[in-house]
Design a protein around this ligand. Structure first.
Ligand SMILES: Nc1ncnc2c1ncn2[C@@H]1O[C@H](COP(=O)(O)OP(=O)(O)OP(=O)(O)O)[C@@H](O)[C@H]1O
Ligand SMILES: O=c1ccn([C@@H]2O[C@H](COP(=O)(O)O)[C@@H](O)[C@H]2O)c(=O)[nH]1
Length: 239
């Protein structure tokens, strides 16, 4: 029996750091397969999925080499790290039977298609997963902001930040065990309280364009699926 989803098209921001699993950097094979399984559950529901992938798992590994570097140069390295993750994700998706396309915001013609909005929308309409690499293509930004931007460009119904924590807390739950999770929270509150789960530029962009964000854990089995089915998962950030 087919299930009715709350969202038809989603922009999924996948944490780069989540791909490390318990390793200190890089991509853990079992972990990426587990994440792809979560994504497949929503693809199989007929939801159109666009993905922005982060780069923390690789960029953290090269950070010592990048320290003291020109900021823009280091940022380009960070964006290239996200392209590597995009290729790894596509490969893992292929093994899982998901058809996907990688588009890069930086031109690397031999490696990935360039970002072309119309083409990306066409792929989504064909039920192919589109993986956006290289963030926004601009230094001084993050992949959170790329997720907000591409979410709007794709006409997504919602931006979902799938990360290592299961929502937005009153403080960083990894540092403060007394932090309490919000079920819902407004953009004004997350920005006003400077909550760091997502960068302020991304929050501000989504607030201005009235694009809701859901923050959930990609490690909680079935959470992504339950969320697209309209069940209460993670934290909804809204206007
Ligand atoms: N108020 C908060 N609520 C929830 N998480 C928070 C909060 N403040 C800080 N965090 C931290 O934010 C992290 C998620 O954001 P972060 O940007 O580090 O990761 P990411 O975007 O998932 O990774 P990447 O940059 O590799 O893509 C969580 O792991 C959590 O420790
Ligand atoms: O639009 C963008 C996106 C990313 N960067 C750089 O890449 C790294 C990794 O991205 P995360 O969002 O931290 O996963 C980021 O730290 C930036 O250095 C960028 O410059 N522009």
């Amino acid at each position: 029996m087919s299930q009715t989803t709350k969202y038809k098209r989603i922009l999924l921001k996948l944490s780069g750091e989540a791909l490390m699993g318990d390793d200190s950097y890089g991509i853990n094979r079992a972990t990426i397969d587990r994440i792809v399984h979560e994504v497949k559950e929503v693809v199989d529901l007929g939801v159109q999925v666009a993905v922005v992938i982060g780069g923390g798992n690789i960029f953290r590994g090269v950070a010592p080499a990048a320290s003291g570097m020109d900021r823009a140069t280091a940022d380009y390295m960070g964006m290239l790290a996200t392209v590597m993750n995009a290729l790894a994700l596509q490969d893992a998706m292929k093994r899982a039977g998901i058809v996907s396309r990688v588009q890069s915001a930086l031109t690397i013609a031999q490696v990935a298609e360039p970002y072309v909005r119309g083409k990306a929308i066409q792929y989504l309409e064909e039920n192919k997963v589109v993986i956006f690499g290289a963030g926004t293509g601009n230094p001084f930004f993050t992949t959170d902001t790329a997720a907000a931007l591409r979410g709007m460009e794709m006409g997504a119904d919602i931006v979902i930040k799938a990360t290592k924590v299961d929502g937005v807390y009153t403080d960083d739950p990894k540092k403060n065990p007394d932090a309490v999770r919000y079920q819902t929270v407004t953009f004004d509150e997350v920005i006003g309280r400077n909550l760091k789960v997502m960068d302020a530029t991304a929050f501000a962009l989504c607030r201005d364009q009235k694009m809701n964000i859901c923050v959930l854990s990609i490690f909680k089995a079935g959470a992504l699926k339950r969320m697209v089915l309209g069940e209460d998962e993670g934290t909804l950030v809204h206007c």
